[in-house]
Design a protein around this ligand. Structure first.
Ligand code: DGY
Length: 323
């Protein structure tokens, strides 16, 4: 029997590409540039499965293809707010994602950002590389202590919980949680965490706020100027979730007028474009969407897609089916 045809919209770790080719007729986007809308539509008409990533904006138009052949969008990544789920479901296209396998690495990067911005690690490295370091002195590059402070976690799924584990058990932080549904008290107890009902109740109490909720319409601009105003004037905002969760203009204004202590971002609303006002903020650390960027996580994400495809094409229910 002919192997199902699948398209990888970006290059994947070599070991996963090789393994996929054992069971599937695989086409890869050798240029490793995001597909154009017309290339994406062509793919929907041509392949049994398309394996997209966050760089593919899959709206209703992209899926509105006469004689579409694709039956599954097996997304490489946990977040899938770049896919119009309603449009895909209307066309009978299944969607899967890759949870669990990147939770630890993403939480590690959120910790990295929190420490970098609080301890001014970016400032220090830039100074050193520029040859501007004049030596140790008591008033040099003074940052903020992280250990023992209060961390607010917005979104208490797998990644949020890994963040709580690191912050509480590693850094003795007090953990407050905001989550759209009630969190099992047994899970909160693992981190001595307390859940609050609203962001308005969480934000004024935190020294650090770390975002771990999904993106998409529901959470677009969740952190706006009114909510930034609720943060303590020396508190820090960390975003490893999705760029659209934060209103970037409002954040840039808060940073420029020092109404919060600083921010650290791994994700941006119009990636890879960075809002020009953000680029001017000194009290901001920025990384280029690296949350899951370890060999271990990126390979595991690929193998998780493979598991989902194998289930789908053998008639079983893919374990990570989200729609
Ligand atoms: C994820 O898994 O959602 C990462 O952000 C990459 O898309």
């Amino acid at each position: 029997m002919a192997k199902p045809t699948v398209l990888l919209t970006r290059r994947w770790p070599a070991v996963v590409e090789q393994k996929l080719a054992e069971s599937y007729d695989v086409a890869t986007n050798r240029s490793d540039r995001p597909l154009s809308p017309s290339e994406f539509r062509e793919a929907i008409g041509k392949y049994d499965a398309v394996l997209p990533t966050v760089t593919d904006k899959i709206n209703a138009d992209a899926l509105d293809v006469p004689k579409a052949r694709t039956k599954i969008l097996a997304n490489y990544g946990v977040g899938f707010s770049h896919i119009d789920v309603t449009a895909a479901t209307r066309r009978g296209i299944a969607i899967t994602n890759t949870p669990d396998v990147l939770s630890e690495c993403t939480a590690d990067l959120a910790m990295t950002l929190m420490l970098m911005v609080a301890r001014r690690a970016g400032d220090g490295e830039r100074e050193l590389r520029a040859g501007d370091w004049s030596g140790w002195r008591p008033t040099h590059l003074i940052g903020t202590k992280v250990s023992g402070k209060t961390l607010g976690i917005v979104g208490f799924g797998r990644i949020g919980q890994q963040m709580a584990r690191r912050a509480h058990h590693g850094f003795g932080m007090e953990v407050l949680v905001y989550n759209r549904s009630p969190v099992d008290p047994g899970i909160l107890a693992q981190f001595n965490a307390r859940q609050v009902d609203t962001l308005e109740a969480l934000l004024p109490r935190c020294d650090f706020v770390s975002l771990h909720c999904p993106g998409g319409t529901e959470n677009r601009n969740m952190i706006n100027s009114a909510r930034l105003d609720l943060m303590k004037p020396d508190a820090f905002l960390i975003n490893t979730a999705r760029g659209e969760v934060v209103n970037e203009t409002a954040l840039a204004q808060a940073l420029m007028f020092d109404t919060i202590g600083g921010a650290a971002l791994d994700v941006f609303e119009a990636e890879p474009h960075v809002h020009p006002m953000l680029a001017q903020c000194d009290n901001l650390v920025m990384l280029p969407h690296m949350g899951s960027a370890t060999r271990e996580a990126r390979e595991a994400m690929g193998f998780r897609v493979l598991d989902n495809l194998n289930d789908f094409f053998t008639g079983a229910a893919p374990r990570d089916r989200v729609a």
